[in-house]
Ligand binder design. Sequence first.
Ligand SMILES: NC(=O)c1ccc[n+]([C@@H]2O[C@H](COP(=O)([O-])OP(=O)(O)OC[C@H]3O[C@@H](n4cnc5c(N)ncnc54)[C@H](OP(=O)(O)O)[C@@H]3O)[C@@H](O)[C@H]2O)c1
Length: 247
Amino acid sequence: MEFKQYFKDKCIFVLGASSGIGIEICKHLLSYNATVIMHYNTNEKEIAILQKEYPQSIKVKFNIKDEQEIKKVTSKLFSQYKIDAFINCVGIMIRSFIPLTSKESFNNIVTTNLIDAFVVLKYVSLEMIKNKTGSILNVSSLAGSHGLKGQAAYSASKAGLDAVTRVLSKELSMYNIRVNGIAPGFIDTGILAEPKEQDLAFKEKIPLKRFGTAAEVAHLTCFLISDYSSYITGQTIKIDGGLSNAL
Ligand SMILES: NC(=O)c1ccc[n+]([C@@H]2O[C@H](COP(=O)([O-])OP(=O)(O)OC[C@H]3O[C@@H](n4cnc5c(N)ncnc54)[C@H](OP(=O)(O)O)[C@@H]3O)[C@@H](O)[C@H]2O)c1
């Protein structure tokens, strides 16, 4: 079967689908005729455009800080659709050197990227366990494995998420559920829409001498949630133009 045809009967739930990497993943999956549940919190604009173009798409709104809402929505979605894969693309980042970072600011990043994301993963896992099949993918970051200057909270949150990926893969393998992550380096979208001086300095260090594109990240994501990667679990795969080898 051709890779594109593989997704024809599949249903994918994308958390944090409203912009950047998330919306690009949705575009790829929709173009492969998958049914895509697109989650957003505050920004509906691009999702609404995709919905007009692809009637098989579904939109869902909630704040991942609201555990009761997460529980209600995931239970409802899994009862309505046979969800084959879940992609966690939510992430926030601020730049701040540790001596200048408040406890509140550090806490906010770690809570959103790690703890709130963990709560969603918990309820998605509970539903997938009932189905005894599925694939989960966390969008992490190179910051998680390498720690980037000015990004202590973000790096810590993604390092924690990588650990959750490893543990969840061990806990869910007996239910035929694979759990992986991807760790993008510098991707020309979303958080990097307006690159700062230090981002441009990193560009020089990237062996491929450019930032990555959201489409390149989407290709890897589609592979990792599909059965084409059926023997891969517990991994966080770097997609960084070789930067991790150069740091
Ligand atoms: N861009 C890069 O260079 C890069 C590099 C490495 C890793 N990453 C990772 O890739 C992922 C996507 O990055 P991006 O640049 O595409 O980011 P983005 O465009 O800013 O998208 C972030 C997504 O997270 C959602 N979100 C944030 N807080 C939320 C909350 N409290 N409740 C529910 N949803 C919430 C946003 O929803 P709304 O907008 O609807 O509120 C949005 O859909 C993130 O995990 C990021 O850490 C990005």
